[in-house]
Design a protein around this ligand. Sequence first.
Ligand code: MG
Length: 474
Amino acid sequence: MKLVNRKVSQFVAAGFIALTLLTVTSATASAADATPNFVIIFADDLGYGDLGCYGHPTIRTPNLDRMAAEGLRFTQFYVAECVCTPSRAGLLTGRLPIRSGMCGDTRRVLFPNSAGGLPAEEITLAEALHDLGYATACIGKWHLGHLPQYLPDQHGFDEFFGLPYSNDMDRTNDGPKGRAAFDEPHSEFWNVPLMRGAEVIERPADQTTLTRRYTEAAVEFIKEHRERPFFLYVPHTMVHVPLFRSPEFENRSARGLYGDCVEEVDWSVGRILDTLRELGLAENTLVWFSSDNGPWLTFGQQGGSAGLLREGKGSTWEGGMREPGIAWWPGHVRAGVVSQELAATLDILPTCVALAGGAAPTDRIMDGYDISRVLLEEEASPRDHVFYYRGRRLMAVRKGAWKAHFFTQDSYGPGAKQATEHNPPLLYNLLHDPSETTDVAAQHPEVIEEIRRLVADHAAQLVAPPSQLELTLP
Ligand code: MG
């Protein structure tokens, strides 16, 4: 085994004995040689078009832009579902949420009166890495079950600091009703608990300080665990409405309140990457950045942008599920690459576990692929398809360039009441038509047949347990 980025202690005699730490880097370094640390920074409701490096004209994201310039930025990177809870379940298990029961039709996410959560039988990335000797922390919004049996400490995380669910749940009686509470956001309007481990330490949480306090906790965790492999998961509460930022970020962005909040998340990314650099851990840490789902467009200027993609959060049009996806690992992940390969948050578990020298679970169907060779070498992605679920319904399927919509439905609002079925499906060539404007089903019946076969294969081996999201407390 070659020595890569490994501290080697040597006794050096020079009249006295000194302990010297020497870092040896092999010119033929390969990922398998190291046991890298992993950091996943996961924004909430941030759209494909909300970062400078993804083309936003007025939001400044110098730290994410630098991360992309030093790493690899995907242009076709997908989440597992188009709303918070199922998307997170997919990220942490490498499995479509339909397989864990972490999606629902009448309730699409978990709420404070939910009785369900991520089942104990699921193997999370934290558990898989914990078994390999990693220290683990979840710092930010959990949203995979707030009852004690579902909290992060039950799913492989040594530490948890953050919110159990979304920051717009649990209103107090202090604020205005309806949407007005979002216009002039005050933390007191929201009775959201801030937790450390399984304890509530502040309620309502002071939401103006969340991004900063998550960042401080993340930096602290990295410093404390610098000597051993660690997995740090930072699912930010921002930029989910109601929007909050610290006083230092007030009125800083030309994009207004939403831009202020994105810019504070960008600052947070900078703090984490700088900490890794300062501690000499950058070349031994793979950092991912993405967002759980597309922008919440019904909130107008308080929602983000999917750029040229159609629709947003809650929808299986591209804007709901295609997200920024950046991977950074200096000296390992190819630098300055903009990759058009298909990839997904589902791929993060198999990729990280493989890089850590382990193996993804083999006793269950996994929906993710090890994409390490896309990151480290110039290989084509093993992923050639994407399943687009909305709750428990398979709405659309992408195969290669082609996406067939069997059902469409607006995200939120009046058009969201019912799905429209399409037979034959609507068909778009996403390479030619990323905005999904021109249905070409009539010209390509053979593509539809191929996608139907993929759907039939998928359906034939699908076991979908009852929804955890539709269970409520008495
Ligand atoms: Mg979300």
